[in-house]
Design a protein around this ligand. Structure first.
Ligand SMILES: [Zn+2]
Length: 419
């Protein structure tokens, strides 16, 4: 793994799946706002066709570098320095070894075999040669190359979709490799040595959380740390494949598409250009709604996020001075009171006592985490000034609430029962 390490050992964030998270919006002189993300966030749906269309469009303005890894390191301003590290599960620490040192002296025979298996895999998947541009710096797969290969194996289906999206371009493989390296380098940057991202990486972090939700984002970082360690230790293709596929399961398809898309949008972009592109990406409306419920920011203002820092249980976003990204200011709280929520639930019940979604008539449940879970929707969107008072509360199922997002009722968004 080539990465800049400070001389001290780094204590990494503890992956604790159950801790309740908080988000701090640091607005400089205007103070800090702390909020608790609404539960139930998750990856927004991105369908394959929209994904491919968006990828093709985003790729048109980019000329892929013949050395995608170096290009990605330049994009994120990552200083390179050779080094491996070990991950200790008990202390949850990544310990860098001396520069240039390896975990163990690997039998060069194994490296050669691994490299050959990788080339066979490229061939089998219809992309003959060094399809992921893993061998531009060395003749065999180094630890960076193994990690990038793990990421490719983690979501081979999304890699196929990219090849499809780029098929009319001069060099589809080079473009897919550019996305892969940008994605992998970003992940390394926010995972090690300390999970603080600035500049373009900060905009990517806020955008990705909008697309996948803070919990999924978190588990992908925790999982990536294990993946780095596994990729460093793996000596065979099948070991890399197993590690990659395990990570792919944590990720899921919608999250994989979101990461690939945001990486594609970031290639060759200064942060403001990426931020301007974000609201035009597919499913941006859903992501915008999630940005508000999970981070309290408007996705359209994601460029105002100057730094994003993750630590156990909390995310801190540092906003530009005078930023207007915040949504929860003059209107009061975004949350309805418990009394209003309970009253609206009661009121939505039909003659048989079954609570119903105001928008689609589906029966509601108070059990959390389901598509028919009761949620209190702002009939007039909160982001457009709708208050959190009982008369603006529509009892809604989770599906309708998410689908509606910040859209205006009846003009932008027609409830399913009226379609
Ligand atoms: Zn509904």
């Amino acid at each position: 793994m080539k990465l800049f390490f400070p001389a001290v050992l780094m204590v990494l964030l503890v992956g604790c799946g159950t801790a309740s998270r908080t988000v701090s919006l640091n607005m400089g002189p205007s103070g800090t706002l702390i909020l608790t993300p609404r539960s139930g966030g998750g990856p927004v749906a991105l369908n394959g066709h929209e994904f491919e269309t968006a990828m093709a469009k985003l790729a048109r303005r980019v000329r892929p570098s013949p050395r995608p890894q170096e290009a990605a390191q330049r994009l994120f301003d990552v200083e390179t320095r050779s080094g491996s590290y070990t991950y200790e599960a008990s202390s949850r620490r990544l310990t860098p070894l001396a520069p240039g040192a390896h975990l163990k002296e690997q039998a060069s025979k194994a490296e050669v075999e691994l490299t050959r298996d990788y080339m066979h895999w490229c061939e089998r998947t219809g992309r003959p040669g060094d399809c992921l541009r893993l061998l531009t710096g060395s003749r065999t797969l180094d630890s960076d190359g193994r990690l990038a290969l793990c990421m490719a194996l983690a979501k081979a289906s999304v890699l196929d979709e990219m090849s499809e999206a780029f098929r009319d371009m001069a060099d589809p493989q080079a473009m897919a490799a550019a996305v892969l390296w940008t994605w992998t380098t970003y992940m390394v940057l926010i995972t090690v040595p300390e999970p603080v991202s600035k500049g373009i990486a900060a905009v990517m972090t806020a955008t990705l959380i909008a697309y996948v939700g803070i919990d999924t984002f978190w588990s992908l970082i925790v999982g990536f740390r294990h993946l780095m360690d596994e990729a460093d230790r793996a000596t065979t293709f099948s070991a890399l494949r197993e590690a990659g596929e395990r990570y792919g399961q944590v990720m899921g398809r919608n999250a994989a598409r979101a990461f690939a898309m945001v990486a594609m949008a970031a290639i060759g972009s200064p942060a403001p250009a990426l931020a301007a592109r974000v609201p035009k990406l597919p499913s941006a409306t859903l992501a915008a709604a999630q940005a508000e419920t999970q981070m309290g920011i408007r996705l359209a203002a994601v460029g105002e996020v100057k730094a994003a820092a993750l630590s156990a249980g909390s995310l801190t976003l540092t906003l530009a001075p005078g930023a207007v990204a915040m949504t929860a200011n003059s209107q009061g709280s975004r949350r309805f009171s418990k009394a209003d929520r309970d009253a609206a639930y009661e009121k939505s019940q039909d003659a048989a006592g079954r609570a119903r979604c105001e928008y689609c008539d589906e029966e509601l449940t108070r059990e959390p985490g389901r598509s028919d879970t009761y949620e209190a929707d702002h009939r007039q969107p909160y982001s457009k000034g709708g208050p959190s008072s009982g008369d603006n509360l529509a009892p809604s199922c989770r599906t309708c609430n998410r689908e509606k997002g910040a859209q205006d009722l009846d003009t932008d968004w027609i409830p399913p029962k009226n379609r």
